[in-house]
Design a protein around this ligand. Structure first.
Ligand code: ZN
Length: 131
């Protein structure tokens, strides 16, 4: 087990080699307060991706876990923000990230709509950092 901090003070345990805590077809899963990884290793971008879901969980006081399943719009936005972490780590490009979101999360939005949202979110995030 490793631990990484979010918001500079909340420790998030990361449990490796836990296939039973990871849904089929996924490599890792955020349980809000901890992350389960299927195998013994995870790429830095995927860890950042799952840590972003933990941030979403804490920011929403746990509501993200419910909204994720109730609203496809919310699910898309949570994944857009998480996949931006993969893109920023240089592990995938915009088009590939948008395609993965489209394919893996049961969304009615087109790949191009998802691409636009990613770009919009990345720009917003960049602007915030400049302040
Ligand atoms: Zn995700």
């Amino acid at each position: 087990m490793k631990t990484q901090k979010i918001f500079k003070f909340i420790p998030v345990p990361i449990f490796y080699n836990c296939p039973r805590l990871v849904p089929p077809r996924m490599q890792a899963f955020s349980w809000g307060i901890f992350i389960a990884v299927r195998s013994h290793w995870m790429s830095p971008g995927m860890i950042e991706h799952e840590l972003e879901h933990c941030r979403q969980f804490y920011r929403s006081l746990g509501l993200s876990a419910i909204l994720y399943h109730l609203s496809s719009r919310k699910r898309m936005m949570y994944e857009v923000k998480a996949y931006i972490k993969n893109i920023r780590q240089g592990e995938m490009g915009l088009g590939f990230a948008a395609s993965l979101i489209k394919i893996n999360y049961d969304l009615k939005y087109s790949v191009n709509e998802i691409k636009d949202l990613i770009v919009e979110e990345m720009y917003k995030h960049g602007k915030k950092k400049e302040k």
